[in-house]
Design a protein around this ligand. Structure first.
Ligand code: IMP
Length: 422
């Protein structure tokens, strides 16, 4: 009997999960996605080509590794097909190794339109959604209207599709939204046909079978803990549980079967879309981070908002997830910064606190601790002993403040630019 290890982002997504899963994959037999959908963009470097995955788990470049799309995921057949075709061009054939839960929900072309209509209606209060139809699909799931992957095999699939589409058209009419659904239907149904060529499974049974067989399973989170539907800065969140508990419901594993929880965070913070971001640097320092860190959305290309590391938020995410090991990414982006700041507390209306406030409009003033920058290139470094003292001071401070060891430091985008610490 083995346990399921979970890897998830502790900030607002884009922490570098794709690369880290790719580095960890040789230790695992199975990689499973448990929530989210094509709003995610997991970037991997393969044979020096940057590749972005949206729906398919990040174990695809390791031959023999089984990749599971769990019941908690929402799938757009159009994007699924595009991903499969671009992987095939790279010579990656997933026919035998990719398995899809029959209980995962489908994103219809009309869900995407509903997303766009809902955002447009929100005006200034818009979420900044990736507009992939994520919110409306999860709404249909919890509203018990959704269409699941297993339904594509049903004799009345067409009717179910038309029924839901017509319902959506009614809503779109109320929004006064010019709809374009039919234009995407042919491609959507082609994607559905392609999905039928893959192993459609009861993933909860399969995952529990793998555990019983002693296979090593890694659950791969998408987005980040601060975008969690329950614990993020609601309503500026995504529509799924991005925290550790989401792996239990999104794969069908009992809490007692969770092993290590790897929490991944960037040495600074970024956020795409709207919502509070206490340590945001809306100035030339933030711009410098964006340029050096290439902080543009992997899914939408939008510039990411950039800011200093926020320990109040990080400690919150660690608490929610029960993180056992930390992974720090992209400290190399800070190589040329003379001073680096970290928020250790918030000041709200004159009072200091170490908690995230309920009120997302609360006027938060971060209380910073300053660190001296290391002012040299670190990407070639292979071990702790090589790392500059200033960076070690930064790492040790985070460990001391969070009470969790930083086991991996990623110092560049490639697999070999990774320091595994003793
Ligand atoms: P949605 O999930 O596409 O509706 O987007 C909701 C919010 O989550 C928006 O602020 C998005 O920018 C953000 N978001 C969704 N997916 C990701 C991701 O994979 N990385 C970073 N932000 C994301």
């Amino acid at each position: 009997m083995s346990k399921v290890d979970i890897l998830l982002g502790l900030q607002w997504g884009d922490e570098g999960k794709g690369k880290v899963v790719d580095v960890l994959t040789p230790n695992y037999d199975v990689i499973a996605r448990f929530q989210g959908g094509p709003n995610a963009g997991h970037s991997l470097e393969f044979n020096n080509i940057k590749h972005v995955l949206h729906t398919i788990p990040s174990g695809v470049f390791h031959p023999g590794c089984i990749n599971v799309i769990g019941n908690g995921v929402v799938i757009d057949p159009i994007i699924f097909a595009q991903e499969i075709h671009s992987l095939e061009k790279l010579g990656v054939n997933l026919r035998r190794t990719l398995k899809i839960s029959k209980k995962a929900h489908l994103i219809l072309p009309s869900h995407r339109e509903l997303d766009a209509a809902s955002e447009a209606a929100k005006g200034k209060g818009k979420i900044g959604s990736t507009l992939k139809g994520i919110g409306p699909t999860y709404m249909d799931k919890t509203g018990r209207n959704g269409i699941r992957v297993g339904d594509i095999l049903a004799h009345d699939f067409q009717e179910r599709y038309q029924f839901l589409k017509n319902k959506h058209k009614e809503i779109l009419r109320q929004y006064n939204y010019q709809s374009n659904i039919e234009q995407h239907e042919e491609e959507w149904f082609k994607g559905v046909e392609l999905m039928k060529e893959y192993d459609l499974i009861d993933s909860e049974y399969e995952i529990n079978k793998y555990i019983a067989q002693g296979k090593r399973v890694l659950a791969e989170g998408a987005q980040g803990s601060l975008l969690d539907i329950d614990f993020g800065s609601y309503p500026f969140v995504t529509s799924s549980n991005t925290i550790c508990a989401g792996a239990c419901t999104g794969l069908g594993i009992a809490p007692g079967k969770v092993g290590e929880v790897y929490g991944i965070f960037k040495a600074y913070c970024t956020r795409v879309g709207s919502g509070p971001f206490p340590t945001e640097l809306d100035n030339e320092v933030g711009e410098k981070i964006r340029q050096i860190g290439a902080e543009y959305g992997a899914t939408t290309g939008r510039p990411r908002r950039c800011g200093w590391l926020d320990l109040v938020a990080l400690r919150y995410a660690i608490m929610l997830n029960g993180v056992t090991q930390l992974i720090m990414t992209k400290p190399d982006v800070l190589d040329t910064f003379e001073t680096i700041k970290v928020a250790v507390a918030y000041r709200i209306n004159g009072a200091e606190t170490d908690r995230l406030p309920y009120d997302i409009n609360a006027p938060i003033e971060p209380v910073y601790k300053e660190f001296k920058g290391w002012m040299r290139e670190i990407s070639g470094f292979k071990s702790d002993d090589d790392l500059p003292d200033e960076l070690m001071a930064y790492i040790q401070f985070v460990e001391q403040e969070t009470g969790v060891p930083i086991k991996i430091v990623s110092v560049g985008p490639n697999r070999d630019e990774t320091i595994v610490r003793e």
